[in-house]
Ligand binder design. Sequence first.
Ligand code: ADP
Ligand code: MG
Length: 503
Amino acid sequence: MLDLAVTPPKPKVIAGAKHDWELVIGLEVHAQVSSQAKLFSGASTAFGAEPNHNVAFVDAAMPGMLPVINEFCVAQAVRTGLGLKAQINLTSAFDRKNYFYPDLPQGYQISQLYHPIVGEGEVLVEMGEGVARRVRIERIHIEQDAGKSIHDMDPALSFVDLNRTGVALMEIVSRPDIRGPEEAAAYVAKLRQIMLYLGTCDGNMQNGNLRADVNVSVCRPGAYERFQETGDPSHLGTRCEIKNMNSLRFIQQAIEHEARRQIAILEDGGTVDQETRLYDPDRGETRSMRSKEEAHDYRYFPCPDLLPLEIEQEWVDEIAAALPELPDAKKARFMGDYGLSDYDASVLTADLASAAYFEHVAEGRDGKAAANWVINELFGRLKKDERDISESPVSPAQLGGIIDLIGRGDISGKIAKDLFEIVYTEGGDPAEIVEKRGMRQVTDTGAIEAAVDEVIAANPAQVEKAQANPKLAGWFVGQVMKATGGKANPKAVNEIVAAKLGL
Ligand code: ADP
Ligand code: MG
């Protein structure tokens, strides 16, 4: 497991106020479950289908239709819970959350209020080397998503698309353990990474498949510690909830603005009203959506159409046994087995495709060299072309071939970069390219000696300078490299130059 000497980062203190204030943040993350069918129907969840084409009778709430639980969605929630080291509840139950909305034709959402399927867990959110915060998960419940009302297609009419109605969501509720905007974004990013590893959510924030309600409050230094000691939430400030954020950047901005707004109210002698707010990225402010008084009374009650959800420990164990290696473990292994730095291991385990690519290159080779080539050369080059690792024109075998040529002393590091560019743009076997284009490094000392003699003979003034100041010998090395088209073995050139200059 990841052996991080975890130091929690300091809470964010907002500058520019009369007093010091600290932030307290808790997130409710809605993650669409990766599943081909909906939570209670066999209708497809495919994104971008014709409006109202993926709608079963039960999704449209036709009279007499009954929901039937999709076992795969339940397994996905269990898998996610296990990935967050959480308690799995063998008995959970569904409740009706009643409200009327055109995109929710049932008139209620089926959710899990009283008995969620997943209980307490935790996520390690790294905020730099050796600095991490443990964010506790309070619960994960499964529920139905709503459809989509469309108000901008016609000046007089509204439309509804029920394709998303009934798609399974996981709501992942954190404890108020997050202490700053960057941490909040890093927490969502970490959840996303874990779910992508698990294959339980595609993490597509742009499509709204991962979105967060962000609860923010501010308090004076020391108050949070008193809350932690006593568990009494009255030590914390009143929170506001910013709804439906689907960008990491906006999450950070919204928290920053919301904290400043609350601080201004408090320093003015006012009180913060608990309310639901919306973030307007164009204006950079949060706006009230509804106050506590206007809050919905959802009249939750157990859903009479569904039996309590009973799962067996054996089934949970099977899912646990088949869990993939998760990001923290993979990172620790990359550091341990390949000798990678914390940073390199983080970059290479950011997503599964990068990790697999690296491991393929590193197989039977020096791990650090492989990491260097993947991160610095390949990722840098792909970024320039706005390409993803899955679209890399250089295969792991080709990149490995280049590294082998350097290792055998056939080419210098500098020539290897030219070779990489050729393989990247034209393809081909690196060893063959080196032979065909005469890129092989000159290790023949006789040839190098001749080149060094020539440069020395042509530059007597430089020779004197270098003999007085050996640091200037590098100039000769540069000249010899130039004269040999970069193909001379740099180590040999260095040695021969030093010897000939009598250094
Ligand atoms: P409710 O029961 O009203 O839904 P919860 O206590 O379940 O409220 O909290 C909902 C979310 O708000 C959780 O993610 C929690 O961490 C967060 N939260 C609770 N209190 C605070 C607070 N004072 N400041 C910031 N976030 C909070
Ligand atoms: Mg709650």
